[in-house]
Design a protein around this ligand. Structure first.
Ligand SMILES: N[C@@H](CCC(=O)N[C@@H](CS)C(=O)NCC(=O)O)C(=O)O
Length: 257
């Protein structure tokens, strides 16, 4: 790689403007490259579609019957590649660059893709509802307005009515139950194994630690939620967080805040 890869992120105010979304976090692991946040205004939520079209990045899904364009997207000036979707980015980096770790080892792509789909209803669906109001508030006004409008259509009600206090307690409990279920899967590897595939980190660990980063951004390291999670499941998530810290490679290697 002769020139740094450009990484397009959605700026937020949470965590001093650092990456806040789990989908964006997923692409920031095992990245021994210089990271460049997309300059404003291109990475504001309402501009993502136009920006992807300009870059030649494909849609990554469908929303309300229309193609959905999302970040993260990377551009690699050394190869001319533009890659959208965090899993596709991980696979591209695996095959294009030698970086000491292979996130999607040969023969595991189907399994890793399935893992993401299974984890989503166990964790992300509850946590998204829990964090919606905080996410909207942490974005700049244009992005915040877009996020609120699109998510209120998605949920059919004002953001503030999605997770009022008693519902928030239930959602957090469901997320903790989800973590415990996943802890049980990790345990199948036998004692002392930190990573989902045993001795080396893979995409499955990146998916989980990105959810941890998301929780930490919106609750804080001193919050009841973060402390509860770090103590849960025999310290499984604290160990994973610690073990994955060194794989966050941004701007020459910024560790997870
Ligand atoms: N499966 C995709 C999901 C990416 C995704 O949903 N990104 C969100 C930000 S967290 C997005 O860009 N949404 C655009 C929109 O809501 O219009 C990935 O892992 O990259």
């Amino acid at each position: 790689m002769s020139q740094p890869i450009i990484f397009y992120d959605i700026p937020g105010n949470a965590w001093s403007g650092q990456t806040w979304s789990p989908n964006l976090w997923k692409a920031r692991h095992v990245f021994p490259f210089t990271y460049r946040r997309c300059p404003d205004p291109y990475a504001q939520y309402p501009d993502i579609q136009a920006h992807c079209a300009k870059l030649g990045a494909p849609a990554t899904g469908v929303r309300a019957g229309a193609p959905l364009y999302t970040l993260p997207v990377i551009q690699d000036p050394s190869t001319g590649a533009t890659v959208a979707e965090s899993f596709a980015i991980a696979k591209y980096l695996d095959v294009t660059y030698s970086r000491g770790v292979t996130l999607v080892p040969e023969g595991t792509a189907a399994f890793q893709a399935m893992f993401v789909d299974i984890v989503h209803p166990l964790l992300n669906e509850h946590l998204l509802q829990l964090h919606l109001v905080r996410i909207a508030a942490s974005l700049n006004p244009r992005s915040g307005e877009y996020f609120r409008r699109t998510r209120e259509v998605m949920f059919g009600k004002p953001l503030e009515e999605i997770a009022p206090a008693p519902v928030a307690v239930a959602l957090w409990k469901k997320a903790l139950e989800g973590f415990s279920r996943i802890h049980g899967w990790y345990n199948a590897n036998g004692e002392g194994k930190v990573f989902f595939m045993g001795d080396a980190p893979s995409w499955a660990d990146v998916v989980l630690v990105s959810v941890l980063a998301w929780i930490r951004v919106f609750n804080g390291s001193e919050s009841k939620e973060w402390k509860e999670l770090m103590a849960a499941d025999e310290g499984r998530w604290a160990r994973l967080w610690q073990a994955m810290e060194k794989y966050v490679r941004v701007d020459g290697g910024v560790a997870l805040p």
